[in-house]
Design a protein around this ligand. Sequence first.
Ligand code: C5P
Length: 214
Amino acid sequence: MIIAVDGPAASGKGTLASGLAGHYGLPHLDTGLLYRAVGLAVADTADRPEFEQAAIAAAKALDTSHLVDREALTSAEAGVLASKVAVFAGVRAALFDFQRAFATQKGGAVLDGRDIGTKICPDADVKLFIQADSKARMERRARQLEKRGVVVDRYALYHQIEERDARDMLNPHGGFYKADDAHLLDTTLMGIEAALRAAIEIVDRTMALKAGGQ
Ligand code: C5P
């Protein structure tokens, strides 16, 4: 079973995807980490003419077994850099095979990102599109950062998320939209437990319908 979980920044898709993976005993790939690692690798060339070529080279050379520095990878700065390298078709192409292989070679997986249901796994068994309003997303991300002792400027964080959403939505190579056959789950008013229960219900219902041939 392949489950695709897409949604905007800080929508809770990563936590949900990891909960689903635990529930169904499937491996989980947070594809945002790949773009974040590429972004961090070329942070020094950001906004210079050689940025695109450097980003493509970094994506091709990415050692996916070394996505370990969670603290650096999940920083707000890494998120911004990720969205800057994610606009390059060459970067997306370089990361495609790894994501596709992860989804198909292990007898099932949960992948979360922006384009899983549209580009990486258009054939996924279940597709979820997670949504939450920008203020709720900002507040969740702020609390995550504060738990790590980071001092958060909520106003700046809100604008950073909005800016990243805009760049992602305008990305011509992105595929950052809800696939026609994706189930929309709005988690604005839900805690993580309720959101996970709702997601499991959708997956179970979809798989039961498939098994029944409907
Ligand atoms: O999901 P996360 O916030 O970690 O993603 C960071 C950035 O990486 C996104 O804003 C987006 O630009 C890019 N991304 C992408 N395609 C994916 C996952 C992430 O372009 N499948």
